[in-house]
Unconditional design. Structure first.
Length: 135
């Protein structure tokens, strides 16, 4: 089973699944996903909700960290997230590409770019995850 298949299966019956987020590609230090822009992810004015974009970004960065840690020893939790919403969408899909910027022993920092299919920037995000030892 590939990492993307494992993550898609792991996220069934969660917010990730409800929003239609699908992991599409993974490699050394990066993870990609897409999310539909539809009735689940738009605001009442019919454009992509910033909160849905943040959910996509945090999902991607958290899953990236999760894939890098010893799951028997650590949980991954989001610690800080920021975003600049620089474009809008009213249909189709948005695509996210997360790249690790810092891989420490207790924290990971991810850069997540959300774009339209044509590459137009929608949101520019940064996520810091904390790796918490299981007790």
């Amino acid at each position: 089973m590939t990492l993307t298949e494992e993550l898609n299966d792991f996220c069934r019956n969660s917010l990730v699944d409800h929003l239609g987020i699908e992991f599409t590609d993974a490699g050394e230090g990066y993870l990609k996903a897409r999310m539909p822009v539809d009735q689940r992810t738009v605001q009442p004015m019919g454009i992509l909700h910033g909160g849905a974009s943040l959910a996509l970004a945090e999902t991607l960065g958290s899953a990236g960290s999760y894939s890098m840690v010893d799951k028997s020893k650590y949980n991954v939790v989001g610690m800080h997230m920021n975003a600049n919403h620089v474009g809008s969408m009213s249909d189709d899909y948005v695509y996210a590409h997360a790249s690790i910027l810092h891989k420490g022993s207790r924290t990971h920092v991810w850069d997540i770019m959300i774009t339209a299919e044509d590459g137009r920037k929608i949101s520019i995000c940064r996520l810091t995850n904390m790796l918490v030892e299981k007790s």
